[in-house]
Design a protein around this ligand. Structure first.
Ligand SMILES: Nc1ncnc2c1ncn2[C@@H]1O[C@H](COP(=O)(O)OP(=O)(O)OP(=O)(O)O)[C@@H](O)[C@H]1O
Ligand SMILES: [Mg+2]
Length: 370
């Protein structure tokens, strides 16, 4: 399926904008600060019920307004779906699918998946382990509906166990009574480590393939880094480790082993790109990870996700730009923002749907596509 129309009301600097998209490449062009990223963010909210930029829904609503509405219609073979998200200041979101109110994010994802690449994604490579874990979790949640449930179950147990560890110090909880929570942590934590490792293993071949297409000269390898996986008995190893560290954990009031402390290794021609990569290399690796995510979702769900890309071309050299463009041309739909049309190879321009944004409104649409 692809997104055919988008109607937004009071979303950031867009008071009221209506857009038509086509399948294939859609290019949103405009100068700095006009509302290009805001349009991508609105599309992201439409499919995820929340933003990738802020956890506060209130900031998405145009300053001085109380409600924002984002609506979209999707078309596929013999099918049409109308979806909408309404956000009110300090209230729960309301998702509407084909006229039915109060639907779930899971139901939106069953219609189509979205993969977004934005400048913030550099943190997957350059930032701390948390950003890499989040990336793997995002992929896991999209390909396996049970993944999210497992993740939250683990996080709840972790929170509870950390609370108890702090109470042992305050003598309100006996050390032995912690054992029940050790069991839960090990059982669910081991399952979660297994699920994360499976996502990384599935991403592996796609990372390699995409990197060859875009960044042809180098070889990209991805690895899940968790010491408990080394000898195959994750649960046994997990138990041994928390027993060994128990006193230290009580002292610190924190669980020191588990999937919440894992990392993902990224190697370009064998060199750790997290630590040694140049700015450009780190950018391309984060891009390849996102494109690998898209290809994996496509394979697992037998549906091509919609790709959103925010201002990516300016960061790449000409060869990589062309490689990326020929990859994107084969997708069902992509929506890309840019400040500069010259980044796009002229021979493709007749196949691109062009949308111009100025001061929070869609100024004109030059549909070059035949
Ligand atoms: N809640 C809001 N209400 C009103 N305006 C907002 C709100 N949130 C953000 N804006 C404004 O929206 C404007 C456009 O932002 P946006 O990030 O979409 O620009 P852009 O076209 O992507 O620019 P750039 O090329 O610099 O990335 C900004 O000037 C910002 O101040
Ligand atoms: Mg922007």
């Amino acid at each position: 399926m692809y997104l055919q129309t988008l109607d937004i009301l009071n979303f950031r600097n867009h008071k009221k904008s209506s857009l038509n998209f086509s399948s294939g490449i859609n290019l949103i062009i405009g100068k700095n600060g006009q509302g290009k990223t805001n349009l991508l963010e609105a599309i992201y909210v439409l499919f995820n019920g929340k933003s990738y930029k802020s956890s506060l829904n209130n900031v998405l609503i145009t300053l001085g307004e109380e409600t924002t509405v984002v609506k979209g219609s999707l078309v596929g073979e013999e099918k049409k779906e109308d979806i909408g998200v309404m956000l009110k200041i300090n209230e729960q979101k309301n998702i509407k699918i084909n006229g039915m109110q109060n639907q779930r994010v899971k139901d939106l994802r069953n219609i189509v998946n979205i993969v977004l690449f934005s400048p913030e994604d550099l943190k997957i490579v350059k930032g701390g382990p948390g950003g890499r874990r989040d990336f793997i979790d995002e992929v896991g949640e999209q390909i396996n509906y049970k993944y999210n449930h497992l993740k939250w179950k683990f996080l709840r147990i972790l929170k509870q166990r950390n609370n108890l560890l702090r109470q042992v110090i305050g003598k309100r909880w006996k050390k032995e009574e912690l054992e029940l929570w050790d069991d839960k942590l090990v059982l669910v934590g081991s399952k979660f480590i297994g699920a994360r490792n499976e996502v990384v293993e599935k991403l592996k071949p796609y990372c390699h393939k995409i990197n060859l297409k875009i960044n042809s000269k180098k070889n990209l390898k991805i690895n899940y880094l968790n010491n408990l996986l080394n000898n195959g008995d994750v649960e046994g190893e997990f138990y041994r480790k928390i027993k060994e560290l128990k006193n230290y954990e009580i002292e610190r009031g924190n669980t020191l082993v588990g999937p919440h402390r894992d990392d993902v290794g990224l190697y370009l021609n064998g060199v750790d790109v997290r630590l040694y990569g140049s700015q450009g290399e780190q950018r391309v690796v984060s891009l390849c990870l996102k494109m690998a995510e898209l290809e994996l979702i496509k394979e697992e769900k037998k549906k091509t996700p919609i790709l959103l890309m925010d201002d990516v071309m300016s960061e790449l050299d000409e060869e990589m730009r062309d490689n990326l463009l020929s990859f994107i041309l084969n997708l069902k739909q992509s929506i890309i923002t840019t400040t500069n049309l010259s980044y796009f190879n002229q021979e493709y321009m007749d196949r691109i749907n062009l949308i111009e944004v100025y001061g929070g409104s869609v100024k004109e649409r030059m549909c070059l596509k035949t």
